[in-house]
Every structure is written in C-alpha cells, then in structure tokens.
Design a protein around this ligand. Structure first.
Ligand SMILES: NC(=O)c1ccc[n+]([C@@H]2O[C@H](COP(=O)([O-])OP(=O)(O)OC[C@H]3O[C@@H](n4cnc5c(N)ncnc54)[C@H](O)[C@@H]3O)[C@@H](O)[C@H]2O)c1
Length: 337
C-alpha cells in the first residue's frame, strides 16, 4: 500500500461536496488535497474547512497541485471529457461520476485516450454495484442455483424532480443506473430499447413525460423492464426482481425495520438517493481508494461508461421516435476485456 492518497475533487456541488465530506470523514487512507469549481466562493469555502487543501477555479491547476495522487470528477457531465483528458495528461487515476461523458462519440474519444496511455485509469461512479443488496443478488445469480435469468423487473421512483428536469433526463440521468446494473447483473450488453409512455401523472410538471416504461433486450435474450416514475410523491425506491428458470430473487423492499402499531404494520421509505445508497457511496469510495493505493484500477470501467452512453442514445431515440431502437455499440477493445 502506498501512503495516504491525496485526491483532487473537481466540482463541489451536491455530489462533489458530499464526496469531499466522505473522503475527509469516512474513507480511510485518503485525504482531500485540492478542490476545483468554477464557483470561486463555493470552492474556497469548502477548501477552508480542510487542512492542507488548496482551492482552484481551474480543474487542471487542481490536478497539478502539491500532494495530488488521484482525481475525483463530480462536475456536470458535459465537463467530464475535458477533466478526464487533463487527468490523463498527469497520468492520474480517476473516479468519474456518471456519466463518463454525455454522448457515445465523446465517450469513445475518452476510451481512445485511455488506451493511448497503455493502462486503465478510469473508474465510473456506478455506485449501485457497491450496494449490499445488489452485491448479494449478483452473487446468487453467479452460483447458477436459479438457472438462467429470463427477465429483470426494475422500479425506480423519486419523490419529485428538480426544476428544469426534462423527459430526456429520465433516460440519461435516471434509467442510466438501470442500464449499468442490467449489464452488470446479467453480464450481457443491451442490444435494443423501447419506451412506452402512459398518460403523464398529475404530479408531473407540465411537459414532463413521467412515468415511462423502458424495455431493454439483451445479447443473451433476456427482457428487462424499468418503471421510471420520478414524481411519485411518496419516496425514493429502487427495486429489482430477477426471474430465472428455477426461481426468482428480489431486492429493494426496504424491510430493515418493520413496526407494528395502532392496527397497522410497516416501515419507512428513503426520501432520496443519498439516503438509500449512502453505504454504496461509502463502499465505492473505499474500494477506489484501496485499489488506487495498491496501484490497481477496479470497478466499472470507461467501457461501461461508453456502453451506457450508447444505450442512453438508443433510449432517447426510442422515447422521441417511438418503436424499438437498436443500440449501436462499437466492438469492445481487448484492453477492456
Ligand atoms: N452516482 C449518482 O448517484 C449521482 C447522483 C447525482 C449526480 N451524479 C453526477 O454527479 C455529477 C455532479 O452532479 P451534481 O448533482 O453534484 O451537480 P451540481 O450542479 O450540484 O454540482 C456541479 C458543480 O460543478 C461545478 N462546475 C460546473 N462546471 C464545472 C467545471 N467545468 N469544472 C469544475 N466545476 C464545475 C458547479 O459550479 C457545481 O458546483 C454529475 O455528473 C451527475 O450526473 C451522480
């Protein structure tokens, strides 16, 4: 193990500030060495709270700062390509929040640049792969006890959308997590997407097509559905049920605490993703720090980021044009085998 890992955090908004807190207070073996944000006041305020942390408005300057060994990118998706390429110039390991980049063409440019380095540098922040329930589900599938997966049912519900949330963002920002988890759980690429649109909920803001039912077909012949329902009003819920030849397995029912009182039984529902996936974010960070200190790159790769970008493009086309849209995926380079 190398010494304490000095991390430069790029983007200190909702996710970035939470990752700074996590690195500073929760993760072992790492420290926040530099932070960068185009908002000079915000970045200074965050750096002031951490001893030995420098503040920058230019991400490249943060990466070049003293004591930086690795980079965490939590700026908005359109800024990721430039930040990734800057990290590659310094040959720094990167944990990049999803999306790798917002489109498949830019994602391919990142894959090409990483391959030119000659070694993997990128882990993409698909943190559900670190959620204890998803990990159990994948382990069970891998034992083969249930037989071949035939179908996967997913539900993804949010209390409400922030202002400016568009129908495309349901695919690009929300269903993107089911795209990654489907590929990971089933070990298969997604080959086609269909989107069905019921009459919008009365809870949905004017013009937002919410909810939607998104269907994936996979290379191994499985069919996957995703209820994406982001103004359900009652809570943040992520559930998944795999239907296999010899049985089914389901996660996300949130039965960790059940109460009986006054003629009713039940529990509580998380209100947002930071609550539901808090442990997964913590485990993702610790795993990234540990692997980086060992000189390894593990977790979701730039290929996973590219493949989900390609599925998102098919999803948005299916949403806008109707019908079934095939995913256009480049050949997977042996570098990402
Ligand atoms: N894994 C997850 O569950 C999850 C959840 C939410 C968001 N995200 C991802 O995290 C990233 C950040 O999302 P957020 O919700 O924190 O957004 P946000 O808008 O709250 O924060 C973004 C921050 O980046 C700063 N910024 C903008 N352009 C920049 C640039 N070029 N360089 C440096 N900083 C810049 C902004 O000033 C802001 O402080 C996005 O990629 C988003 O998709 C992931």
């Amino acid at each position: 193990m190398a010494g304490v890992l000095g991390v430069a955090v790029i983007g200190t908004g909702r996710m970035g500030a939470d990752h700074v807190r996590r690195l500073h207070e929760v993760t072992s073996g790492a420290r926040v060495a530099a932070v960068a944000d185009v908002d000079a006041e915000r970045v200074k305020r965050i750096a002031d709270g951490i001893e030995g942390c420098s503040a920058h408005t230019d991400p490249a300057a943060a990466m070049a700062a003293d004591g930086v060994d690795a980079v965490l990118i939590a700026s908005p998706g359109p800024a990721h390509e430039a930040a990734l390429l800057a990290a590659f110039e310094h040959d720094l390991p990167v944990l990049c929040e999803k999306p790798l980049t917002p489109g498949s063409a830019s994602a391919l440019r990142v894959l090409e640049a990483e391959q030119r380095l000659g070694h993997r540098r990128v882990q993409v922040g698909f943190m559900r792969r670190y959620d204890a329930e998803y990990v159990k589900l994948k382990s069970l599938l891998e034992t083969g006890q249930l037989g071949r997966p035939l179908m996967l049912h997913n539900r993804h519900r949010n209390v409400a959308t922030p202002p400016g949330f568009t129908s495309e963002m349901l695919i690009n920002d929300s269903v993107v997590h089911e795209m990654d988890i489907t590929r990971w759980l089933l070990g298969q690429e997604i080959t086609a997407v269909t989107v069905l649109k019921p009459t919008p909920s009365g809870n949905a803001p004017e013009g937002l097509q919410d909810p939607q039912l998104v269907l994936f077909e996979t290379a191994g012949g499985a069919v996957v559905d995703v209820e994406i329902n982001v103004n359900c009003g009652f809570g943040y819920q992520v559930q998944a049920e795999v239907v296999c030849e010899r049985g089914t397995a389901r996660i996300g029912d949130g039965h960790s605490l059940v109460t009986n009182m006054a003629g009713r039984w039940g529990g509580t529902i998380a209100q947002d993703f930071t609550e539901r996936f808090e442990d997964a974010y913590d485990r993702q960070m610790q795993a990234w720090v540990d692997a980086t200190r060992r000189g390894e790159i593990t977790g979701p790769s730039a290929w996973d980021g590219y493949a989900t970008a390609a599925v998102c493009e098919a999803g948005v086309r299916a949403q806008q044009e109707g019908g079934r849209v095939e995913v256009e995926l480049a050949k997977r380079p042996p570098f990402y085998a």
